[in-house]
Write a protein that binds this ligand. Structure first.
Ligand code: SAM
Length: 477
């Protein structure tokens, strides 16, 4: 590995024969790196060391350090971009480090990822990407390791992303592994998408690419409180294409924490796909009987309960909201305190409520493979083995819903995942055992195109601009 000399910066001495300055003792110098990259690295380290969520840590850290404007935008782009692309970046770095990458200390590895991301996926000039990363490594680990980082990143910079991909792809004949590499997804997730789409070519690539792009923030205009048109005018966003209550904020559209609409409680942050499935749950056709008692069996933190509660208020119904985790139940209470919603801390598999509900929503705990675009690091943290445990719980929750719904009542099953084991694999068997018929869900999504052959609805980022929500509507016989 060869190191390259750089122009001296920040008080470094050149190597032109002058005596090096004596090494200073005493307190460490304050960091010299720019605040955006420092913030990005600190968040990436929190993700690695503490299993933190980048999208929760970053906004807080920007606020604490009063990082705003262009610096905040750069920190956001670098943090989320690096976290999303970690698999590809590691593959490239693995070619540029002369020992196994996992033997490199994690702070240094995180910094190398950050540097490699800038080199491969941004227009930041090479010298700036390398020098700023080397500064970070120097702060983290001293000058010797900084020299190592410099050498590694110089190697990374010898090729652009396309050339690296060509080189890495040449090592595998597996088309799925290639697509996964190009779109920065683990292979098992690419496979799950392929199976759900019934396609492992162009459409799969489009789905994974859309899943790799940073999504717009979607708002829910609280039904009965403010219209989507009004909310769009207040926030400067656009009325959503499909949800009657949706607004899309422009990319980088301001600090959400400062949004008056959120502070006043007239809007909440909610993906348009989540809005659509919640509306579908309230509009699925019942057979005979009343339409008054609704149940949200997995309610926390209450996003869909707000939709159910608001529409229940309009139609004169009431909602019982069940959530097993006390702290999440508290969140449901907070967002529904002005709605006809009663929150119960209970296990949805046996919540101790009287049966006879007209409508039940089972928004089951799931792998979240459908919302990876909103959780940058999640794709590298999840494991295929997570699915089996979830499917057992999903089946048990749905079975409980069939015990609680009245004949002719509707159970809507939703997961934010396209994984077939969590979607069709659960519903077909549970509905059969629960004595329910599966309805065509597509008419409950009016004007939404490309819904396939039914009866289930699977939304997709590349088709609908939503998270990949799955929705099955069933009716008890
Ligand atoms: C996908 S989230 C629901 C999201 C929510 N419906 C919303 O729109 O904000 C699943 C929720 O189910 C809860 N949960 C997990 N196991 C449960 C159980 N056995 N009974 C009830 N709730 C459960 C989790 O704590 C989590 O809050």
């Amino acid at each position: 590995m060869t190191g390259e000399r750089r122009a001296p910066r920040h008080g470094q001495r050149g190597q032109g024969g002058r005596r090096p300055a004596p090494r200073k003792q005493g307190p460490r110098k304050p960091p010299v790196t720019d605040p955006a990259r420092r913030a990005a690295l600190d968040v990436l380290r929190a993700v690695t060391d503490r299993d933190a969520y980048a999208n929760l840590v970053l906004p807080e850290l920007l606020r604490q350090r009063r990082i705003t404007g262009r610096d905040a935008a750069l920190a956001t782009e670098l943090t989320y971009g690096t976290a999303r692309a970690a698999g590809l970046l590691d593959a490239v770095l693995g070619r540029c480090v002369d020992r196994p990458l996992d033997t490199v200390d994690t702070p240094v590895r995180d910094a190398l990822r950050l540097g490699a991301y800038q080199l491969l996926r941004t227009r930041i000039p090479t010298h700036a990407a390398v020098a700023s990363t080397v500064d970070l490594v120097r702060e983290e680990a001293g000058s010797r390791v900084a020299g190592f980082a410099n050498a590694v990143l110089r190697r990374v910079s010898e090729k652009d992303e396309r050339q690296w991909l060509d080189e890495l792809e040449a090592d595998t004949a597996d088309p799925l592994a290639r697509i996964a590499l190009r779109t920065s997804h683990p292979r098992w997730i690419a496979r799950a998408f392929a199976e759900a789409l019934g396609d492992s070519g162009d459409e799969l690539r489009a789905a994974l690419e859309a899943d790799d792009a940073r999504p717009a923030v979607h708002l829910l205009a609280k039904p009965g409180v403010v219209s989507a048109d009004e909310l769009a005018a207040i926030t400067g966003g656009d009325v959503a294409p499909y949800s009657p209550y949706g607004v899309h904020l422009p990319p980088g559209g301001g600090d959400l924490a400062e949004s008056e609409a959120l502070a006043e409680g007239i809007a909440t942050v909610q993906d348009e796909g989540s809005q659509l499935v919640a509306v579908a749950a309230t509009s699925a056709p019942l057979t005979d009987g009343p339409d008054e008692r609704w149940l949200d069996l997995c309610a926390g933190p209450g996003g869909k309960t707000v939709v159910l509660g608001s529409l229940a208020q309009v139609s004169g119904a009431t909602v019982d909201a069940v959530e097993v985790a006390e702290h999440r139940a508290r969140l449901v209470r907070e967002v529904t305190d002005d709605l006809p919603v009663t929150v119960h801390v209970a296990d949805g598999r046996d919540p101790g409520l009287d049966p006879g509900y007209d409508r039940i929503l089972v928004d089951a705990p799931c792998s979240g493979l459908g919302a990876l675009r909103r959780r940058p690091e999640a794709r590298w943290r999840k494991q295929p083995g997570d699915i089996a445990e979830l499917t057992r719980l999903q089946g048990e929750l749905l079975a409980s819903a069939y015990r609680l719904v009245r004949p002719g009542g509707v159970v809507t099953y939703v997961v934010c995942s396209p994984h077939l084991a969590e979607t069709e694999g659960i519903v077909v068997e549970a509905a059969r055992r629960g004595g329910a018929e599966i309805l065509d869900a597509r008419p409950l999504f009016p004007d939404v195109p490309d819904l396939g052959d039914g009866p289930f609805v699977q939304l997709w980022p590349h088709r609908h601009g939503t998270d990949a929500m799955f929705c099955a509507v069933t009716r008890k016989r």
